[in-house]
Design a protein around this ligand. Sequence first.
Ligand SMILES: [Fe+2]
Ligand SMILES: [Fe+2]
Length: 267
Amino acid sequence: MVKKISFRRVVTPDNKCFDIPTDVKLVFPKESLPPDLIRCLVYIPWERDYLHFSPKRFRRFFEFVLPYLKTRTTDVHTAVCLSYWSNYTKKLEKERGVKMNKKIVAFGLILHDSGWSVLNKKEIADSLTVKGLKIEGEAFGPKRKHADEGVKIARKILNEYKFKPALTKEEKEVICKAVFWHDKTEKARGKKLLIEIKAVVDLDHLWSFTKLNFWQDTVRKNVSPQDYLKNLEHDLDSYFISEIGKELAYTLLKERKKEVGALLNLK
Ligand SMILES: [Fe+2]
Ligand SMILES: [Fe+2]
């Protein structure tokens, strides 16, 4: 049976209308900022159930890092990406014929966006000025800064958290490198980086193709769902490092196509 998708209309503080699936919750921050900035800062509220998206063995660490993941829907984003960790890493090991240190992929993923916590509202809004996936224009500065700041925060957290068993110095370095590289796909692809670092890049990027972020992005980036679908499809191949990453993103994209089709049929 085909599940019916229902939509609700969202009117933004700067008076723009968007139709989004009824099960995608969006909240506009209550702050005295220009209306278009408030639209860019729209977020999906955190709920404790999202903790269960994380494999059980990483939940305690995820909770420890959560206070650093409160901006830009980073908390929900990280939880959703963690839900792909098991499937993705298993398939990647098979694709490459290697054994990976999978736990450091999870720790890197949990920490990768902690840097957003020290950026201001304007920098966060600027990071969302792109209509597709390629980082350009005003988005470039804040994107680079969140990775640089993220490395500092990751280093601090990795040194204060009591891992059982303890992580080695080398493992901590790989995690920090993953934070640094996670948004530099083009360069990371051509570089001799550990597979664990490349895995963090791909897992992070799956988020753009998920239901929650696709519809949230149409609002914060002020782009129609039809155009956003086209932009994602256009940028997809260059946004992932592994074939498995691309494959999973195409599967998610097909689901988004169905939703956009359902919306257009209603109009
Ligand atoms: Fe990021
Ligand atoms: Fe991210």
